[in-house]
Design a protein around this ligand. Structure first.
Ligand SMILES: C[S@@+](CC[C@H](N)C(=O)[O-])C[C@H]1O[C@@H](n2cnc3c(N)ncnc32)[C@H](O)[C@@H]1O
Length: 307
């Protein structure tokens, strides 16, 4: 972890990489992601997903006959109670639930929450970075699912890599269910992200770095929030940035870094994919699209896939 922090924050402050810090937002004592979901009225992404999980008859019909479930990236307790439990509740035969997450606490907490809600099932947390080489393969006839539009924070190359890793997990008899946000309205996207909870989520990334033994004299509070929306042929992208309010110098590993007032740092991307991009990505990764679930009043979609 510490080695990754050194490289990730060096890359940020040296402008070598952008939009790669989302994973640090979830760390630490305060659950800032939960605050976004609970406090921000205009953060439509989770609301739309929760609504779809609860109300989709098609989703329920697909899930009801599966007994073995693998969730990739369950996230915080809040997401588990609002999304995972209702998702699993569609099953009439639930027997096993495995939570796969690169953060051990998330994987174990998900297994605990699920097993205390559904009595008499087997639940287990698996700590695994899905993008790294692994030997895990799922049991036949299982349902693998990934909620929270997780690919939205990744680059095209990372999306291909993560989907290829997930494909390796699957059997011919497995189904894979994944959510995407396809909203293209720039004002709606801006309103969802330009708020204090998202700002705190970004500052938390800097706070995690500030608390690391690899940094010295770094003040994470001296930044303000900038949200830019950029459109390309693949997506409409929210670029989450922090702008230095003051100059400061600090130590990062063996380097002294000086940043000037006004310097902009691009921490996060939230990509709202265009339909053509998704079709091309999924067929490039050799997934068969079995169904696409969508409600007419929002742009959150679930793809039902097989290998
Ligand atoms: C966007 S959150 C989604 C959380 C939750 N499912 C939701 O709907 O709100 C991403 C989750 O995936 C996990 N994660 C991110 N990258 C991962 C990786 N490479 N391997 C395994 N888990 C990962 C994070 O720890 C986090 O729990």
């Amino acid at each position: 972890m510490e080695d990754n922090i050194l490289k990730d924050f060096y890359d940020l402050f040296a402008y070598k990489k952008t939009g790669h810090l989302t994973k640090y937002g979830y760390l630490g004592k305060v659950d800032y992601y939960k605050q976004i979901l609970e406090k921000e009225e205009k953060y439509y992404v989770s609301k739309s997903e929760i609504e779809l999980i609860h109300n989709s008859k098609i989703m329920s019909d697909i899930i009801k006959d599966y007994s073995i479930f693998y969730e990739i990236g369950p996230g915080s307790r809040y997401a588990i109670s609002k999304k995972t439990i209702p998702f699993l509740s569609h099953s009439n035969k639930l027997k096993k639930y495995y939570a796969i997450d690169c953060h051990k606490e998330y994987a174990n907490a998900a297994a605990n929450v699920v097993s205390s809600y559904f009595k008499d099932i087997k639940a287990k947390g698996i700590c695994l970075d899905i993008t790294k080489k692994h030997n895990l393969s799922v049991e036949p006839k299982s349902c693998v699912f990934m909620l929270g539009t997780c690919l939205a924070n990744l680059t095209n190359e990372e999306n291909i890599s993560i989907l290829n890793s997930i494909r390796v997990l699957l059997c011919e008899s497995s189904v894979f269910i994944i959510s995407f946000d396809t909203t293209q309205n720039k004002q709606v996207i801006y309103n969802a992200y330009k708020n204090n909870s998202v700002y705190q989520f970004y500052l938390n990334m800097l706070r995690v770095f500030g608390k690391s033994t690899l940094s010295k004299n770094f003040d994470p509070e001296l930044f303000s929030h900038l949200c830019e929306i950029v459109e390309s042929s693949d997506d409409t992208k929210m670029q989450g940035k922090l702008v230095a309010n003051k100059s400061q110098s600090f130590t990062l590993g063996n380097d002294i870094i000086s940043i000037e007032k006004g310097a902009q740092y691009h921490l996060v991307n939230s990509r709202k994919f265009k339909k053509n991009y998704l079709q091309t990505l999924l067929s490039f990764c050799r997934f068969k699209v079995i169904d696409v679930i969508k409600q007419s009043n929002n742009n959150l979609v679930f793809f039902i896939l097989k290998k």
